[in-house]
Design a protein around this ligand. Structure first.
Ligand code: 8YV
Length: 314
């Protein structure tokens, strides 16, 4: 019998992580199982760790089915899909991958903002489809020097704000509390922030407390010159209200990396010219994904060797 610890993986990681995990652990690959319930039942007493991804998480129901579970290691910073309360009460440790992905997610926020404002995808099509030879591209919207609102001033929010400041934008932010260490204007009312801002960049953590926080009132306050960017979780934005606002041109546009229903996103978004979409890929660079995978593996190794966890979730 193998003495390697058993790990339940909820979704795949890149090959370089899989190779290492397969060498060190007995890995049960849930996404490959034809009968997932059976796989869990068969190995319920052996599984000591879950390796998951931000958007896949781990529910209390799943944890309850695994009596030997000791640790959940999450490939992603967002732990909103993991039932942290259940984990804590039952002594199950949780780790995530903060910091290593901050820069890439912030870069994507700026990329989406530029893509929407400067209509980069449309301009690309304009050239490829030969329309340039028949006339000039219609004018677009400037980003530099505008007023920008960051919704959620955590690690990613601060990195987005720094980038916006480099674009000479006037940066204000909404959060539960002022960040005394940062030079940006704190606006404790999200509707007021949206009213002041031409660009609203959402970087909040997901979960119940932020669910639908960017609602119809916020979008209305952002107004017809406003652009919304979301690199957090789809849940933070009321997607029904957003689609309505985009269809009615009640806001200028949106750059979206995250959605309510991934990967089967609301089809009404697809024909809209004022939206740029991404497949939840803000952290999806080779460099960052290598660092994320290493953190997941190092946290598991630390746990099983009795060392301190590297990035435990509080
Ligand atoms: C990843 C994420 O795309 O960090 C998070 O919370 O959602 C993303 O970085 C995801 O975890 C990878 O599947």
């Amino acid at each position: 019998m193998s003495t390697k610890p058993e790990v339940l993986m909820i979704g795949a990681y890149p090959a370089w992580d899989m190779e290492d995990l397969d060498a060190r652990y007995v890995v049960h690959k849930l996404w490959e199982a034809t009968d997932r319930d059976r796989l869990i039942e068969e190995h319920r007493d052996g599984i000591r760790a879950i390796a998951t991804r931000g958007e896949l998480g781990a529910s209390a129901d799943l944890m309850k089915r695994l009596p030997a579970l000791e640790i959940i290691s999450c490939y992603g910073v967002g732990t909103d899909a993991i039932d942290l309360v259940h984990a804590r009460v039952n002594g199950i440790r949780v780790t995530n991958t903060p910091d290593v992905l901050t820069a890439d997610v912030a870069d994507m926020a700026i990329g989406l903002l530029l893509a929407v404002a400067r209509k980069i995808p449309q301009a690309d099509r304009f050239v490829r489809e030969g329309r340039w030879t028949k006339g000039n591209m219609p004018l677009v919207t400037r980003v530099t020097g505008k007023s920008a609102g960051v919704v959620g001033m955590g690690r990613v929010g601060a990195a987005v704000a720094k980038r916006l400041a480099a674009f000479d934008c006037e940066v204000a932010y909404f959060d539960l509390a002022r960040r005394a260490d940062l030079p940006y204007t704190f606006v404790p009312d999200l509707v007021e922030l949206a009213r002041r801002a031409e660009f609203l960049i959402v970087t909040l953590a997901g979960g119940e407390s932020t669910k639908g926080i960017v609602n119809a009132r916020v979008l209305d306050a952002l107004g017809p010159d406003g652009i919304l960017v979301n690199v957090s979780r789809g849940s933070t934005v009321d997607e029904t209200a957003l689609i309505r606002a985009l269809e009615a041109k009640a806001i200028k546009g949106a750059g979206l990396d995250v959605f309510w229903n991934e990967p089967n996103i609301d089809e009404r978004l697809l024909p809209l010219e004022n939206v740029v979409v991404q497949p939840h890929h803000a952290s999806g660079t080779t460099e960052t994904r290598r660092a994320m995978g290493k953190l997941v593996r190092d946290n598991l190794a630390a746990h099983f060797s009795g060392s301190a966890l590297i990035t435990p979730v509080a």
